[in-house]
Ligand binder design. Structure first.
Ligand SMILES: Cc1cc2nc3c(=O)[nH]c(=O)nc-3n(C[C@H](O)[C@H](O)[C@H](O)COP(=O)(O)O)c2cc1C
Length: 207
């Protein structure tokens, strides 16, 4: 078990999203069942404005917090919520998205989804895409502070980091569950900025 002492609270800075030369990519935006799921609407909108193709993939529980219609309208693309949405092609849509993605961004990511990814589960499209894609993965967690600092979550995060998955946040602040602590979704502008950076870095446009 790892100690929590090196998980110091982090603060987001104020940053403007700038369009870098890596624009015009395919981003799979995973949305999970967090109270912060509504913020994925702004994120999708920002990424589309930055010139990217955004394909939202929602967990079943995410649809309790924000409708697929909202993300479909803002992303201008169909939203995947189930394996059984996929009726158009002979080729499974989740594998097509996994192959097509330049980046898999999961924002917000619940403790549950992080655990599923750490254990290589594939019982919904987002988890299957995370297994099947070879694109970089950026995860923006959001959860109660005690869930974030639980040894199980710490281990899951470390496992994913050791496989090259990048995390952004969470930040400290007032949480929807009524507690103050480390668990808030990182600022959407900063997530979009980091997304741009990772996409540009893939093309070796940035050192
Ligand atoms: C109102 C409400 C808010 C929640 N917010 C969070 C959250 O921010 N982070 C989290 O990890 N779980 C949160 N949960 C619990 C998740 O919804 C639950 O663990 C669910 O199984 C996650 O499923 P998913 O990872 O497949 O989306 C919340 C539940 C409720 C009812």
């Amino acid at each position: 078990m790892r100690k929590n002492s090196n998980r110091r609270p982090e603060k987001t800075g104020v940053r403007k999203v700038v369009r870098l030369r890596g624009a015009g990519k395919t981003i799979v935006l995973g949305v999970t069942g967090s109270i912060a799921a509504y913020k994925s609407a702004e994120l999708a909108s920002l990424l589309v404005k930055q010139g990217h193709q955004v394909f939202a993939v929602m967990t079943h529980d995410a649809t309790e917090f924000i409708t697929p219609l909202t993300l479909q309208t803002l992303s201008k693309n169909p939203v995947m919520t189930s394996f059984f949405d996929e009726k158009e092609n002979w080729r499974p849509g989740h594998i097509e998205l996994a192959d097509r993605a330049n980046l898999l961004l999961i924002a917000p990511a619940t403790a549950n989804t992080i655990a599923e990814l750490a254990h290589g589960l594939a019982n919904h499209p987002l988890a299957a895409i995370a297994l099947a894609t070879r694109a970089p993965i950026l995860i923006a967690p959001a959860m109660n502070g005690k869930m974030w600092s639980h040894p199980a979550t710490i281990e899951n995060v470390e496992t994913l980091k050791s496989r090259g998955v990048e995390f952004i946040g969470p930040e400290e602040g007032m949480l929807a569950c009524g507690y103050e602590g480390l668990g808030r979704l990182w600022k959407v502008d900063d997530i979009a900025f980091r997304t741009e950076f990772l996409l540009a870095r893939q093309e070796n446009l940035i050192a």
